[in-house]
Design a protein around this ligand. Structure first.
Ligand SMILES: [Zn+2]
Length: 304
């Protein structure tokens, strides 16, 4: 590819001339100060960070290729997990409708609902697939939050990165526990040893289990809220460090609009969660592409 066709590549190595960057108004990567007209060799007038870091190729130019590859792999895995998750939800919904129609039963008053073997096994399979997709997403996000040691400490947002990782681990533990509980439930139903689900009567031990489940449920929800905010703040930061203003704005928006779409949009034929899934998946795709571009550019510059 001829060199001059690369002029629109925001990751090109050479320093741009100020008047040549109208599509990318230079903005400070730490304080968002508009650097239009500021000499790239001087510090940011607002926060003092060298303005050159906010110009292409940006702070990631100092980061080693292995770290870029790890982060890029994280985006690919997270993107794949999102796509798989959507497919699983669609199959699960279709399967549930089919099975519930096929095994439709009218529950008489005083009579417990009896689970059909097919329903239980179907539930077990969807539980397994869901767990797999969530764990893949967690692993992808873990790779995205790989430590970046080569850029100035003020630029790393290391506390956000660490909090994201802690909440990711807790999320993985919660997901595995929930999976194991699903398996336990299915086994007790299949072997006929289930108490409250089939007898319809609660025993003291069942109430204790329900209280433990409620507490765990609240803990998982609280962790998810912290995880969501920290994860998105970090994605927003990563977008800014790659000098991608569009993705920075999208991630910033999605922090609050995502939960609103999921919670309120669920009441309108799941339209909200579908739009959210598309935007969230796309964010990983496009941010991953930024890293792929940076890696490709290095490989072009230093072919191995
Ligand atoms: Zn600044």
């Amino acid at each position: 590819m001829p060199e001059h066709s690369n002029n629109n590549d925001p990751y090109r190595i050479e320093k741009p001339n100020l008047p040549d960057t109208p599509s990318h108004p230079p903005v400070c990567v730490t304080c968002n100060y508009d650097l239009s007209g500021t000499d790239p060799d001087s510090p940011c007038p607002e926060c003092g960070l060298p303005a050159s870091l906010s110009y292409p190729p940006g702070p990631f130019a100092a980061v080693n290729t292995e770290t870029l590859r790890a982060i890029r792999k994280g985006f690919t895995l997270a993107f794949t997990a999102c796509v798989l998750y959507v497919i699983i939800v669609v199959l699960n919904t279709a399967g549930s409708i089919y099975i519930n129609i096929a095994h439709f039963q009218i529950v008489q008053p005083g009579q417990p609902y009896t689970f059909n073997r097919t329903q239980v096994i179907f539930g077990l399979i969807t539980n397994l697939l869901n767990t797999g997709a969530v764990l893949l997403l967690v692993y992808g996000c873990w790779k995205i939050t790989s430590p970046i040691t080569e850029i100035p400490p003020g630029l790393t947002r290391d506390s956000t990165r660490r909090t994201t990782r802690v909440t990711l681990v807790l999320q993985a533990i919660g997901t595995i526990l929930s999976f194991l509980f699903g398996v336990y439930n299915a086994v007790t139903i299949l072997t006929g040893s289930s108490t409250w689900l089939q007898s319809g009567t609660f025993q003291t031990s069942d109430i204790v289990i329900l209280i433990i489940l409620a507490v765990l449920g609240i803990a998982v929800l609280a962790n998810m809220i912290v995880l969501w905010i920290q994860h998105m703040l970090y994605l927003k930061h990563i977008a800014r460090l790659t000098l991608d203003q569009a993705m920075f704005a999208r991630a910033k928006h999605l922090i609050w609009s995502g939960p609103i779409m999921v919670i309120i949009g669920s009441m309108c034929f799941m339209i909200g969660p579908i739009i959210f899934a598309i935007l969230y998946t796309r964010l990983h795709l496009l941010l991953g592409r930024n890293f792929a571009n940076m890696i490709a550019q290095r490989e072009r510059a230093h072919p191995s």
